[in-house]
Write a protein of this length. Structure first.
Length: 147
């Protein structure tokens, strides 16, 4: 399956590296988009479909992603600190080396996700599904390193 290189929303082009700070894209379908290195900090993407999206190296700090579908999404090296990911589906996602410092992941589905070297320090993982997740060298909420 090929990756979309350019996304259009209401006639506006969104490309890799786009500066989309503080945008409101609630319930938006961005399936398969290439948003590598995009700045989506402080944005609201609640309930959006971000499955199969490339968000590697993206800035999603302080974003609202509650109840979003992020299955198979590439979030490697993404900055997600203080991001709200409550009840978000991140199954089979790649969050290797992602920064999730003090993020809210209550009720999130991280099953079968790649989480090696991810930073969860201070994050809320209450009722989070980590079944089958790869946590090698991940920093856990209490600051310990998972082996």
């Amino acid at each position: 399956m090929g990756r979309l290189q350019i996304v259009e929303i209401n006639g506006n082009r969104i490309e890799p590296g786009a500066k989309l700070r503080r945008v409101r894209l609630v319930d938006t379908d961005l399936t398969g988009a290439n948003l590598m290195a995009a700045d989506l900090s402080h944005s609201n993407l609640e309930g959006s479909n971000l499955s199969d999206v490339d968000l590697s190296d993206a800035d999603l700090a302080f974003a609202i992603l509650d109840s979003a579908n992020m299955t198979n999404t590439n979030l490697s090296r993404a900055d997600l600190h203080l991001t709200n990911l409550q009840n978000t589906n991140l199954s089979n996602a790649n969050l290797s080396s992602a920064n999730l410092y003090e993020s809210n992941l209550q009720g999130a589905n991280l099953s079968n996700s790649k989480l090696w070297e991810a930073n969860f320090k201070g994050a809320d993982l209450t009722d989070t599904d980590l079944t089958g997740a790869i946590l090698t060298d991940a920093t856990m909420p209490d600051g310990t390193i998972h082996e």
